[in-house]
Design a protein around this ligand. Structure first.
Ligand code: ADP
Ligand code: ADP
Length: 229
């Protein structure tokens, strides 16, 4: 059984008379432990696909199973539970709360789960250590570089021990050297902790940190590229 399995997924947006088929009949399987990159030109459906994989959006038709659970007919609250249990998100623009220090930002998902303070702190420190920021827990986002802020966001995404890390242009706001450092962290999380990673990027060199690249074109998977090492 694949960790993520999308079968004949279509997503149509309707605005009045205008109908946009953002995804057409997508079939794909992602196995536990994979590191996948999704590439494609602007408007090819990358964000739509990532939002469906991340249970932030639902397909118009088709089926989607996560760890054997069919999700496309679930109500919003069960979908949110699946999301919180299984998926961590990283965004281009970090989305840290500016008035909380790094450690408090990382603790947030655990607060939503009702975890007690001491355990929360322990896990947040461990997550910060795993992205090389063990010494920065009491810095505010404004006192950190862009790369460090993204590492805090990664720590926040993994602190709840998700099965899948989804990243939408995770290096898009960073210079190329810093972007490569973020990819080194993704590789380490993937190899050492076994976290499945799915990232969207338009940068070829960033995409090649994955084991496999799905090339999207006009809402379809145009080509699947195995990255040789
Ligand atoms: P990408 O991430 O590759 O740039 P998107 O998934 O954002 O592509 O968009 C795919 C297509 O769907 C585009 O034609 C885009 O204009 C359209 N689209 C995306 N979101 C919406 C929306 N909320 N309403 C209508 N059309 C949308
Ligand atoms: P940008 O940097 O272009 O604003 P982001 O990478 O921040 O884009 O966000 C990518 C997508 O994720 C957007 O469609 C946005 O609506 C959505 N998003 C951003 N933050 C959250 C969040 N905390 N929870 C769910 N969806 C989010």
């Amino acid at each position: 059984m694949s960790l993520l399995e999308l079968t004949q997924i279509t997503r149509i947006y309707k605005n009045g008379q205008i109908r946009i088929e953002a995804l057409k009949d997508i079939n794909l399987k992602i196995e536990e432990g994979d590191f996948i990159s999704i590439m494609g030109p602007s408007g090819s459906g990358k964000s739509t696909l990532l939002n469906i994989i991340g249970c932030l959006d639902r397909p118009t038709s088709g089926t989607y199973e996560i760890a054997g659970t069919r999700i496309e007919k679930m109500n919003d609250s069960r979908l949110a539970d699946i999301r919180n249990q299984l998926i961590g998100f990283v965004f281009q623009s970090f989305h840290l709360l500016p008035d909380l220090d790094a450690q408090a930002n990382v603790e947030l998902p655990l607060i939503y789960r009702g975890m007690g303070g001491r355990e929360r702190q322990r896990r947040a420190i461990k997550a910060l250590e795993s992205v090389g920021l063990g010494e920065r827990g009491h810095h505010l986002p404004s006192q950190l570089s862009g790369g460090e802020q993204q590492r805090v966001a990664i720590a926040r995404a993994i602190v709840g021990q998700p099965r899948v890390l989804l990243a939408d242009e995770p290096t898009g706001a960073l210079d190329s050297k810093t972007g490569e450092n973020i990819m080194a962290i993704f590789q380490k999380l993937n190899r050492e902790l076994g976290i499945t990673i799915v990232q969207v990027t338009h940068e070829e060199n960033i995409a090649r940190y994955g084991q496999r690249i799905f090339h999207l074109l006009d809402g379809e998977i145009d080509r699947i590229e195995e990255v040789g090492r």
